[in-house]
Ligand binder design. Structure first.
Ligand SMILES: C[S@@+](CC[C@H](N)C(=O)[O-])C[C@H]1O[C@@H](n2cnc3c(N)ncnc32)[C@H](O)[C@@H]1O
Length: 288
């Protein structure tokens, strides 16, 4: 392939990078109330409008923060890839922008789980696999005020931020943070719902852990395996796979996740769509 052809593809892709940054800038200005020079403001609005977004003003400050965090985390993660393309797969990010960005984005998950899995009913005990910086756990404790939340991870830089976030949210009494691998979960008959983000968990760990996870649920309790469901565009699918593999997770079809749950003895296995997200939950129940 010629230099001109590769350069042509690159120029199309750099437009996407700049458009995402412009949206992030627009959100940051909307949040901070900071004044930008009129010509910059107009040009920013022009980019966002050309991308099909009329305005970000109708979003709540929390939604603006989530979206701005997603822009920053993708740009930081892209820069990390560029800087260290040869690094071994695994979750080793220490950049607070990446850790907090995923945390803020994942805080939407408890609501999405509740909407997609009405069969779970009242959640009194919730297991959060991959605590990260603890923001999903805080959102779960807020959504289910009666629930005890157990959140596990083994990555000390994330756990350290999680401890600070739980303290800041006044949630240290409600959320138990454990330095524990999913493969070592040894609870019994405890959880109404367990959340497992397959895109952050290595396949062998997941396979090994599922029978333990079944025992950790109370009889009749549910597990939700989250998987990305990117739009049917080969470039989106390929970048999603790269991000997942590099972060040490598994890209898993709904069929594979279904097989894993059924082989581990889960019943009523099915697929639920996370409303408003490019994500599915493959769900299974511990037989009563
Ligand atoms: C991006 S974070 C998830 C974000 C998190 N929900 C939050 O609120 O910040 C993914 C986490 O999964 C953790 N993880 C990966 N494999 C794991 C395993 N086998 N057991 C426990 N945690 C694991 C990683 O260390 C990482 O901190």
């Amino acid at each position: 392939m010629s230099f001109e052809q590769v350069q042509g593809a690159l120029l199309r892709w750099t437009t996407a990078i700049e458009a995402a940054a412009a949206l992030g800038a627009e959100l940051t200005l909307a949040q901070s109330g900071e004044a930008a020079p009129a010509e910059i403001r107009n040009a920013l609005r022009g980019v966002v409008a050309a991308g099909g977004i009329d305005s970000v003003d109708d979003l709540t400050p929390q939604q603006q923060a989530i979206l701005a965090g997603i822009v920053r985390l993708y740009l930081h993660q892209a820069l990390d890839l560029l800087t260290e393309p040869g690094r071994a797969p695994g979750w080793s990010y220490t950049d607070p922008v990446i850790l907090d960005g995923w945390g803020r984005a994942s805080a939407m998950m408890p609501r999405a789980l509740a909407a997609a899995m009405p069969q779970v009913g009242e959640v009194r005990s919730f297991l959060d696999v991959g605590a990260g910086v603890g923001l999903l756990a805080v959102a779960a404790a807020e959504l289910w005020p009666q629930a005890e939340v157990v959140s596990i991870d083994t990555f000390e830089p994330a756990l350290e931020r999680a401890r600070a976030n739980l303290a800041q949210a006044g949630m240290t009494g409600r959320i138990t943070l454990r330095d524990q691998d999913l493969a070592d979960v040894d609870d019994a008959d405890r959880y109404d719902l367990a959340w497992v983000p397959t895109f952050f968990i290595a396949r062998p760990t997941l396979r090994q852990a599922l029978p333990r996870l079944r025992r950790a649920l109370r009889p009749g309790g549910w597990v939700a395996l989250g998987r990305f469901q990117p739009p049917p565009d080969p470039l989106v699918a390929a970048t999603s796979l790269l991000r997942t593999v590099r972060g040490g997770g598994s890209e898993m079809s709904a069929e594979e996740a279904t097989d894993l749950l059924e082989s581990a003895g889960f019943a009523a296995v099915g697929v639920a769509v996370a409303p408003g997200m490019p994500m599915q939950f493959v769900t299974g129940q511990r037989p009563a």
